[in-house]
Design a protein around this ligand. Structure first.
Ligand SMILES: NC(=O)C1=CN([C@@H]2O[C@H](COP(=O)(O)OP(=O)(O)OC[C@H]3O[C@@H](n4cnc5c(N)ncnc54)[C@H](O)[C@@H]3O)[C@@H](O)[C@H]2O)C=CC1
Ligand SMILES: [Mg+2]
Length: 339
């Protein structure tokens, strides 16, 4: 509470501001931690940590389910000592957020330490995020997505691209600064469109070769420099399935950690009347098909990725409920069933 009052004072809230919600005061607290190295250093010593090893998050597996543990600062100090590291290593962490009670949450990569020893001390396993991502629940997936993206950005921006000199991160990890000329770099993400194309009665889902067996999703693609989101939707649909979109409507957005750090911008799109013949771009996609509302309603009812049937094949399934692709499919199906 002391910390909160001190921070609110620093932010000079107007005296007319008698009441501020927990959300607003948390966001002000986080702003202070991002900007103020000393405040963030203090928060490190009482914070909680998501741990990674070479960008693979620490997980504990129980009955086919992954849980993602937060480790307290005191526990982490103990483990760092056992791994032969100084407490100062904690400052390699990046700030993720804070809990309702203002406990700061960080992510730290232990990649320079011995992996097997760290796993044994932490009683968990460092798992490739790509393999575990679709098995996570929404809250854990979102946190790991943010944490891995930030850690990766720092890991790949050690030197200034202008001067070639080393860069230092501020304590929270909200930026890096060139040690030679002071240029500031901020973490970046790529805008990606994801769109559910409909012809009015059915909608189009596709799969890439790299998708897990049987999974189909909405069309997605990176925005080109200079494009609007609407232009990217038109171009990607034309490029990938050879159809022309007549209109698109924004639905929602979601951070996505692959291949680096993407902001998925989701929309519903309609094709020009009568344009239903799919011409597949085989460089990008393995298959694309039109699906009806009933088939999608059945896929939405499945709780997790199905196992092989009697024929030895995995039936059609869609990404899990917390993904933006699932949300688009659910919205479209519900709207069709109401018609
Ligand atoms: N949430 C979901 O259900 C889905 C998410 N996605 C995600 O959407 C993103 C984009 O989808 P794709 O079909 O792969 O994109 P895409 O259709 O634009 O094709 C990928 C190609 O675009 C090029 N490219 C252009 N800008 C790029 C950049 N900034 N980073 C990497 N490659 C770039 C590369 O040549 C790459 O091979 C991926 O990160 C993928 O993980 C894709 C499908 C479903
Ligand atoms: Mg694509």
């Amino acid at each position: 509470m002391y910390l909160l009052l001190r921070n609110l004072k620093r932010l000079a809230l107007p005296s007319s501001c008698r009441f501020i919600s927990n959300y607003v005061s948390r966001m002000r607290h986080l702003f202070d931690l991002k900007e103020n190295d000393e405040a963030c250093r203090k928060a490190l010593s009482s914070g909680s940590f998501l741990l990674f090893h070479s960008l693979s998050p620490l997980m504990q597996k129980t009955e086919n389910k992954y849980t993602v543990p937060f480790v307290t600062a005191s526990e982490l100090y103990r483990i760092l000592r056992k791994l032969g590291q100084k407490e100062k290593y904690l400052e390699e962490s990046v700030l993720l957020g804070c809990t309702d009670s203002y406990l700061a949450q960080f992510a730290l990569d232990l990649g320079i330490m011995e992996k097997a020893k760290a796993e044994s001390l932490l009683q968990g396993t460092f798992v490739d995020l790509r393999k575990a991502f679709l098995l996570l629940d929404g809250k854990n997936a979102q946190m790991l997505s943010q944490a891995q993206a930030l850690l990766r950005w720092h890991n790949t921006h050690l030197y200034c691209s202008k001067t070639g000199h080393p860069m230092q991160k501020n304590v929270s990890g909200s930026r890096r600064i060139c040690s030679s000329n002071g240029t500031i770099y901020y973490p970046q993400m790529s805008p990606v469109i994801i769109t559910l194309v409909s012809d009015g009665t059915r909608c189009l889902l596709a799969r890439q070769e790299a998708f897990p067996s049987g999974m189909y999703s909405a069309l997605a693609g990176f925005c080109d420099i200079g494009e609007t989101v609407e232009q990217a939707v038109h171009r990607e649909v034309a490029e990938e399935v050879g159809l022309e979109v007549s209109s698109s409507k924004y639905a929602a957005s979601q951070h996505w950690p692959f291949p680096n750090s993407s902001l998925m911008i989701a929309s519903h799109a309609m094709v020009q009347p009568g344009q239903i013949k799919i011409t597949l771009n085989q460089f990008e996609l393995e298959d694309a098909r039109w699906f009806g509302a009933e088939e999608l309603a059945e896929a939405l009812r499945r709780e997790r990725m199905p196992s092989k049937n009697e024929m030895g094949t995995i039936p059609f399934w869609i990404p899990p409920p917390w993904t933006i692709a699932h949300q688009l499919i659910k919205e479209w199906t519900q709207q069709k069933q109401l018609c």
